[in-house]
Design a protein around this ligand. Structure first.
Ligand SMILES: [Zn+2]
Length: 349
């Protein structure tokens, strides 16, 4: 029986104790490691949690008034909120800065607040802010430009045109704004008939020869015969989307037949068969696709030549950089889903 029990002086006993110690140490360090990792992860989660929720209005008030961060840091933070589209938070920061007893950067902060109000669509508030800035500092062209935009968005074209006077005195370029605002005022004048509007916008265009896209978009939509009568043969590419989307009954075949670009454009659309090809790749492909089962169409994309911003729709004033008449049109070939859908619908009838 004694052979089953080990004497503590036996070398085998020491080895067993040694192995037991190694196991205990390994086991403890494993659990300590797991405990620490869990603790660290909890601390990190807690730390990161602070950034998932934005500070409340009260928290901002305490943080800004405590002066722990400089005004410049708060302005940078508000700017990044504006860029990410969180206008409400940016407005809260600007308002809190303006409530501080220190009046440093007051005009600049008010201007930034006005810009955010404008971006967020609070046009009346933006107007009040810019008017307040101009009341104390009338020679502030940036505030005048934004006030003009606010009036334009509010469709108060008379007030917008009045803003041009001080801008002119400050030697700012106002010619395009003046023509654009006069056109808008005319097109939104409810007391004028459509015939009066088409005739007046055309006679005004003959004086300045600017904003061709705006003028001809209106003319082709409301009086295609008059638009063709005054159509300049070199404007085809500038007005390509308007021309491409004209209904067949609005086409003037006499003018189209005598203009290379128009002949190719309407041959590509399938209205006529006068061109067998085109130097413009997309039109050439569309002409070659005529009389084949493949259905294709032109799709248009618009971009601003000044700031390079792209839009899926036509524009007169770029909503990003606010430049007027800087639109360029790019076109590409797409599947003609409209025709395919109509054909499929017909086949079910
Ligand atoms: Zn632009």
């Amino acid at each position: 029986m004694n052979s089953f029990f080990l004497d503590f002086r036996d070398p085998l006993f020491s080895i067993i104790i040694f192995l037991a110690l190694i196991f205990a140490i390994t086991f403890l360090s494993y659990w300590w490691g797991r405990y620490k990792t869990k603790g660290n992860s909890k601390e990190l989660d807690k730390f990161l949690q602070q950034f998932h929720t934005l500070p409340t209005e009260n928290e901002l008030k305490i943080l800004i008034s405590s002066g722990e961060l400089s005004q410049k840091s708060w302005l940078l933070l508000a700017n990044s909120y504006t860029k990410s589209g969180d206008f409400e938070k940016a407005i809260e920061i600007y308002l809190e800065i303006l409530r501080l007893p220190s009046r440093s950067n007051e005009k600049e902060t008010m201007f930034l607040l006005g810009k955010v109000y404008f971006k967020a669509g609070f046009l009346e508030r933006a107007k009040q802010i810019f008017l307040e800035i101009l009341h104390t500092s009338p020679r502030t062209p940036q505030a005048l430009h934004y006030l003009l935009l606010v009036y334009e968005y509010l469709r108060d074209y008379t007030s917008a045109l009045k803003v041009l006077e001080p801008l002119d005195e400050l030697n700012e370029a106002i010619q395009k704004d003046e023509i654009y605002l006069k056109n808008l005022a005319l097109l939104h004048d409810s007391e004028k008939t459509q015939a009066e509007k088409t005739s007046q916008i055309l006679s005004f265009y003959k004086e300045h020869h600017q904003l061709k896209y705006m003028v001809f978009e209106y003319l082709f939509a409301n009086d295609p015969a008059l638009a063709w009568e005054h159509f300049d043969g070199s404007s085809g590419e500038l007005l390509i989307d308007i021309l491409w989307n004209l209904p067949p009954k609005a086409l003037n075949l006499a003018i189209i037949t005598n203009n290379d670009f128009l002949r190719e454009l309407y041959s590509a659309r399938g209205d006529i068969t006068l061109s067998k090809g085109s130097t413009i790749f997309e039109l050439d492909v569309l002409i070659k696709l005529q009389n084949t089962p493949l259905q294709a169409n032109l799709s248009f994309e618009y971009s601003c030549s000044q700031c390079k911003q792209s839009y899926p729709f036509a524009f007169k004033r770029c909503s990003h950089c606010h430049a007027i008449d800087t639109q360029t049109i790019q076109w590409s070939i797409v599947k003609n889903y409209h025709t395919i859908f109509n054909k499929e619908t017909d086949s079910f009838q």
